[in-house]
Every structure is written in C-alpha cells, then in structure tokens.
Design a binder for this molecule. Structure first.
Ligand code: UDP
Length: 239
C-alpha cells in the first residue's frame, strides 16, 4: 500500500439501507455509483478492500418474522437480498474499471463464487475488491457480525462501518443537538454504555479478537479516503 495510508487492508461494511438513497425500496443507482467512485479511490492509493454489504433495503428477517413469516425463512430471504446488492455493487465497480469479486457464504454456482478464505486473501493481495455476500450464511446473524467475522478471517487492519452520521455519539444527533461525537471508545465502553454501534455478537467478536472498528459517515464526500489516509474521521473503537 501507499506509504501514507493508515491501513493496508480494510473490511468495509455498507448497510443495505444506504443504497436506498432517494428511492423507497431497492437501489438508487446514484448512490451506488458514488460508492463505487469512493471505493475506487481507495484501490487507487493501494488499499486492499473487502466489503460486506447488508440487505435491509430489500428484506430483513426480523421484520418479515414480525409480519408472520418463519424467522429462518425470512433470514434466508435477507441473505439472498445481500447477494442482489452485492451484484449491483460489483456492476457499479466494474463500470469504473475496478476488478471485483463476489464471494457468497451460500453457494450459488454460476452467479457468484462460493466464499473461500484462501481465495479471498489471494484476490485481496492482487488488489481486487472482494464483496462478501450472504452474510455469515446462517440465520439469526447480521451483516455487521458477518463484517467483523470476515474482517478477522482475512486479517484486515480494521472494520470500517459506514453510517448516516459522523460516528458514535453520546445521544442520537438527529434528535438531540447537544449530542457529542466520541473520537475514541473501548470495546468495553461500547458494551457498558450499550451504545448500539453494532449488535452484541459483532462487538464481542471484535473485542475477543482485538479487531479495531471505525464508524464514519458515508454520506460525507471524501470521508472514507480521509479516514484511511489518517484523518480524524468518525469514531475509533478498539481495546
Ligand atoms: N442475515 C442473516 N445472517 C447473516 C446476515 C444477514 O440471516 O449472517 C439476514 C437477516 O435476516 C438480516 C438480513 O439478512 O435482516 C439483511 O442483513 P442486515 O439486516 O444485517 O442488513 P443491513 O441492516 O446492513 O442493511
């Protein structure tokens, strides 16, 4: 990687909701293209990028189950939704001439590759973007947990979680104007204060394996590159 970049390999978590942009359901192509450009900038400076993408813009197992659907079936639908988002993101990246692989935790021969850790690491080393789809492959998990799991597995330097706000706050900044951003938090503080950055499973996994997490605002242009280049961006969570 470029000498100046803070991280050589990152695992970027994008929520499905972020893809909504100005549409109510599905994918806003404008958002997709902007994300592809920002990811392309990272690749351009030599950063290896793995991505876990959510599916909340299409289906969420818990929401479907609240409406009467079997939870496990709903979670399977949610995981398939992440594959659709992954395909859309790969398309946007490849239109920007960024070599991209999609590896799914659920085998889907002929559509995407099946996740294989050693192959994933080989692709990352050759600077291909790798999108990890279908979450962990198991119901009752989230794509946040999948991001932490894959980040740890492929030995990323950091898990970078994209949100709609500038980081983790003392209160909801959308509702409370006096809310302040934490620049730094420990895993234990996140758990103690129940800050809801990610679900418990995800936070515990990062704590147990000492994988730093950075939460930042994906709607802020240039924030992703800035944080990778060492800027004071978002909130850092580590030991
Ligand atoms: N999901 C799952 N196992 C996983 C990851 C995801 O069952 O390992 C399902 C779950 O139903 C979830 C849906 O996929 O609601 C979409 O993922 P998520 O809600 O994490 O997406 P995001 O909130 O990031 O858009």
């Amino acid at each position: 990687a470029d000498k100046q970049s803070r991280y050589k390999r990152i695992l970027l978590k994008l929520s499905g909701e972020a893809l909504l942009g100005e549409v109510n359901f599905g994918i806003d192509p404008k958002v997709l293209n902007r994300m592809a450009l920002e990811i392309g900038q990272l690749v351009g400076i030599g950063v290896q990028v793995g991505i876990v993408i959510g599916g909340g813009n299409l289906f969420r197992g818990a929401a479907l189950s609240a409406a009467g659907l079997d939870r496990v079936t709903g979670d399977h639908m949610g995981m398939l939704a992440t594959v659709m988002n992954a395909l859309a993101l790969r398309d946007a990246l490849e239109r920007c001439n960024i070599a991209t692989r999609v590896m799914s935790a659920i085998p889907m021969s002929g559509v995407v590759d099946h996740y294989d850790r050693r192959n994933a690491m080989r692709y990352l080393r050759q600077n291909d973007v790798v999108i990890f789809a279908a979450g962990t492959g198991n119901p009752f998990f989230t794509t946040d947990s999948a991001a932490c799991l894959r980040g740890i597995e492929v030995e990323a330097d950091v898990v970078v979680k994209a949100t709609k706000v500038d980081g983790v706050y003392t209160a909801d900044p959308m509702k409370d104007p006096s809310a302040k951003r934490y620049k730094h938090l420990s895993f234990d503080e996140v758990l103690e204060k129940q800050l809801g950055v990610m679900d418990m499973t995800a936070i515990c996994l990062t704590r147990d394996h000492n994988m730093p997490v950075r939460v930042f605002n994906m709607n802020k242009h240039g924030a992703l590159v800035n944080l990778v280049m060492g800027g004071d961006e978002g909130t850092l969570i580590d030991a």
